[in-house]
Design a protein around this ligand. Structure first.
Ligand code: NAP
Length: 313
């Protein structure tokens, strides 16, 4: 059951919690009417009645199934849903079109799948099939988002991506209310600090997604672990193993440190975390409530900078 949200998203006035639930794999490989879909909808019901105010999805997650499964759960729940959906507009999956008209269609598709009239926050998602100039030109994706906000069809518009150069260009337009960046503000990579700082100066809301690097910082330095959707290098695995040792000396787990690294930052309004089961959802609530000693942070800093996998700062 959801308690009152604890903070607001930049200057949008939108209430958020320190943790937002990410649903990128939700509904993947499920067919309509299948037992697998039923399990996914049950999980979505747990998410939507769980302790976190916002649930992050997008038009393209799991080929649209993430939104469909969330929509089925919302239909079953009616007014018992206590979490709200944030979604993203995506390029046409067949043609790559990311024009104004595609953005408007993408939003209509999302609303139909979710079975809702509107969402509060709508992000432009991973606009790499168009240049920044194309997206910003007349008839481009940005125009459509601004129109939707002006019409009151959404309350806030965001830019959600990974590449810092792209994100900075969009942030500097002063058109967006919110920024989301992934895998670049974690225990091992802090390259998003200047981006988040600029967004803050502009009064924007900040979502920090993937505090576990989508793997490594939740699993620890195992063979085959990945960071940011790519295999972790031997150097990064070695650094992470040392970080696990420092965490253990302070009585905390690596995932607790990874999550709290983001939760404690004044640069971040809400940390977007992926979960794949109700068990994980419950563990995440406990992990968020765990106490982490202040002495951990200088001890981790003493390891020196981790070998970052990104070169887009
Ligand atoms: N461009 C974009 O807009 C963009 C890009 C990336 C991500 N995102 C958003 O951010 C969300 C999060 O990203 P992500 O899922 O890739 O990475 P992540 O949150 O860093 O990592 C997710 C992993 O953390 C594990 N985990 C969750 N809670 C845990 C706990 N309490 N203890 C230990 N492990 C735990 C999960 O394990 P299990 O699998 O075992 O549950 C999952 O594999 C996405 O779902 C998406 O909504 C947006």
């Amino acid at each position: 059951m959801h308690s009152s949200p604890t903070r607001t998203l930049g200057s949008t006035g939108i209430a958020v919690d320190a943790i937002t639930i990410g649903t990128s794999p939700l509904g993947r490989d499920t067919d309509e009417g299948s037992a697998e879909e039923r399990s996914a909808v049950d999980f979505a019901i747990d998410i939507l009645t769980g302790p976190f105010a916002l649930v992050d999805t997008s038009n393209e997650y799991a080929g649209g199934r993430s939104e469909q499964v969330l929509g089925a759960a919302l239909a079953e729940l009616g007014d018992r849903a206590t979490s709200r959906i944030v979604t993203k507009v995506d390029r046409d999956p067949l043609t790559g079109d990311f024009s104004r008209d595609r953005v408007l269609r993408s939003y209509e598709e999302s609303l139909a799948r979710l079975g809702v009239d509107r969402v509060e926050i709508l992000h432009l998602h991973d606009p790499f099939t168009v240049t920044f100039a194309e997206a910003s030109a007349r008839g481009g994706a940005v125009e459509a988002l601004v129109e939707l906000r002006e019409q009151g069809a959404v309350d806030a518009i965001g830019i959600a991506a990974g590449d810092l150069r792209d994100l900075l260009a969009y942030v500097r337009t002063d058109v967006f209310d919110v920024v989301l960046c992934h895998n670049r503000f974690t225990l091992v990579d802090q390259s998003a600090v200047p981006l988040f700082g600029e967004a803050r100066e502009r009064g924007m809301g900040v979502f920090n997604a993937a505090p576990f690097g989508a793997g490594l910082l939740s699993t620890g330095a195992r063979a085959g672990a990945s960071y940011g959707y790519r295999p972790a290098s031997d150097e990064l695995l070695a650094w992470t193993a040392r970080a696990e040792g420092v965490c253990a000396e302070h009585g905390v787990t690596l995932p607790a440190a990874a999550l709290h690294f983001s939760l404690r930052s004044p640069l971040v309004d809400s940390t977007v975390v992926g979960v794949s089961s109700t068990r994980r959802l419950n563990e995440l609530a406990a992990l968020g409530a765990a106490s982490v000693p202040d002495e951990l942070w200088p001890a981790l800093a003493g390891l020196g900078a981790a070998p970052t996998p990104y070169a887009d700062a």
